[in-house]
Design a protein around this ligand. Structure first.
Ligand code: URP
Ligand code: ZN
Ligand code: ZN
Length: 478
């Protein structure tokens, strides 16, 4: 039992003051001057913000990708999430095209079960659609508790699907009422532009962004919007990076398409100049869609403040700099065993992704709230509540209310420090935000009432997390 006294409770719609009593994993009472029941631990939150546990709607923990595997497992990934105030992860289950979808979701679940310290669920990746797929996906919804899909319009030859498959996936999603999350880039345009640049000898990480220009992402979004309009499916565009992509989706909304927009922490807090750092350092910042020029990040902040952009995830996709990113070194690339090939590589071989699950809320608070770009309600809305509502977790998650899970973040707004690989909990050998000054941190974090982080330090033991079974009638959607 836990009693949090003198809390400034920040929900997405309002802030209030009071005490919060947590019993049996739930918030059982909120009110002024609550008395501590016998045996309750009492925590004084005077001067702190008390937020609902944050939800990251887009992470990769187990990710076989570009000839290697992402670096975190659920032990490190969930610890890092919690250290940053994120209490629920929604991971992309990304089977290879030839894999059986039901086996894939069981494999992904097995990576988390008994290991994750935070709660978790998955978006089911649809990387092929053939005669058996509809039946398999229906079973995944009803028998595996998964109510959102993921499609890739990018990554031709890997996770990417063809247009007929996209149409069938969205039609099925409409029939089942599930949300389809989508990576939107035109795969053929990416492939052709990559070939052209490499043939011209443009092989360093700084050429990653030009190989996937704004128009290629906007075309991907337009493509998805057309299919969503025809099928009536509800869609959610992941990692939206730029002005033209947002504009295309906003236009589709005016035509009646239900389309949610996610952006991710790196697009708000980094810019394309990072990929130009010398000595191959730019490889640390290679992700897709690429990190854009600063004006796009500024625009995304405005869209968060006015509600055009609905959620902020991370697209946490951790790869080591000294080894894995070097698979695309332009002079001497490493192979899949991380051995030198003695040959020239290029940016198309750099595993795409940036580790950031630990830093998202700190960055949003420092760069967003403290700089006056967003208010506290917007922080909670875009980093917790909206994801809970879109993906059928609300009001169990995403709000501090009686009956909700006692996932609570006590946030110290006065703390200041620096981000560093030396102190982070993620498994990667670098931080994309090394040396960044941070204001505010998660001082105490609970998952269903159990304290996982205390005084900013890890006190979890591992495996406390639960799989969040979602159903189509879990209610509270939006
Ligand atoms: O660069 C990225 N985004 N890597 C992870 C895979 C994906 O596209 O989400
Ligand atoms: Zn993606
Ligand atoms: Zn992703």
């Amino acid at each position: 039992m836990l009693l949090i006294k003198n809390a400034t409770i920040v929900n997405a719609d309002a802030a209030s003051t009071g005490d919060i009593l947590c019993q049996d994993g739930l918030i059982s009472e909120i009110g002024p001057n609550l008395a501590a029941p016998p045996g309750a631990e009492v925590i004084d939150a005077t001067g702190k913000y008390v937020f609902p546990g944050f939800i990251d709607p887009h992470v990769h923990i187990y990710l076989p990708f570009m000839g290697t595997f992402s670096k975190d497992d659920y032990a490190t990934g969930s610890k890092a999430a919690l250290m940053g105030g994120t209490t629920t992860l929604i991971e992309m289950c990304c089977p290879a095209r030839g894999d059986d979808p039901r086996e894939a979701i069981r494999l992904w679940k097995s990576k988390a079960e008994g290991i994750s310290s935070c709660d978790y669920t998955f978006h089911m990746g649809v990387t092929r659609f053939d005669e058996g797929t509809a039946e398999a996906l229906k079973a995944i919804v009803s028998e595996e508790g998964i109510t959102s899909f993921k499609v890739f319009l990018a990554y031709k030859g890997a996770f990417g699907i063809e247009d007929a498959e996209l149409y069938q996936t969205l039609s099925l999603a409409k029939e089942l009422g599930v949300v389809v999350t989508a990576h939107c880039e035109n795969a053929d345009l990416v492939a052709e532009t990559q070939k052209k640049l490499v043939a011209e000898g443009k092989t360093g990480p700084e050429w990653h962004e030009p190989s996937r220009p704004l128009s290629v992402e906007a075309e991907g979004c337009h493509h998805l919007m057309t299919f969503a309009e025809l099928t009536g499916a509800e869609v959610y565009v992941v990692h939206t990076s730029c002005i033209p992509a947002v504009e295309v989706i906003v236009e589709a909304r005016k035509r009646g398409v239900t389309a949610w927009i996610e952006t991710v922490a790196p697009y708000l807090t980094l810019d394309s100049s990072y990929a130009e750092l010398p000595d191959f350092e730019g490889a640390k910042y290679v992700m897709s869609p690429p990190i854009r020029a600063k004006e796009h990040g500024d625009f995304l902040w405005k869209c968060l403040a006015d509600g055009t952009v609905n959620t902020v995830g991370t697209d946490h996709a951790p790869f080591d700099f000294k080894t894995q990113k070097r698979m695309g070194h332009p002079e001497n690339a490493l192979d899949a065993n991380m051995q030198p090939t003695g040959k020239a590589g290029n940016f198309t071989l750099i595993p795409n992704g940036i580790p950031s699950v630990e830093e998202r809320v700190k960055l949003l608070f420092t760069e967003g709230v403290k700089r006056g770009r967003i208010d506290l309600q917007t922080l909670v809305r875009c980093a917790s509540t909206q994801a809970a509502k879109i993906f059928g977790l609300y009001p169990r998650k995403g709000v501090i209310a009686v009956g909700s899970d006692a996932d609570i973040v006590i946030w110290d707004p006065e703390w200041s420090g620096k981000i560093s690989v030396a102190t982070h909990s993620m498994a990667t050998d670098y931080s994309a935000f090394e040396g960044r000054e941070i204001q505010g941190r998660a001082e105490l974090v609970t998952v269903r009432g159990k304290i996982m982080v205390r005084d900013g330090k890890w006190v979890g033991s591992g495996g406390e997390g639960e799989f969040l079974w979602r159903t189509m009638d879990c209610g509270g959607k939006r």
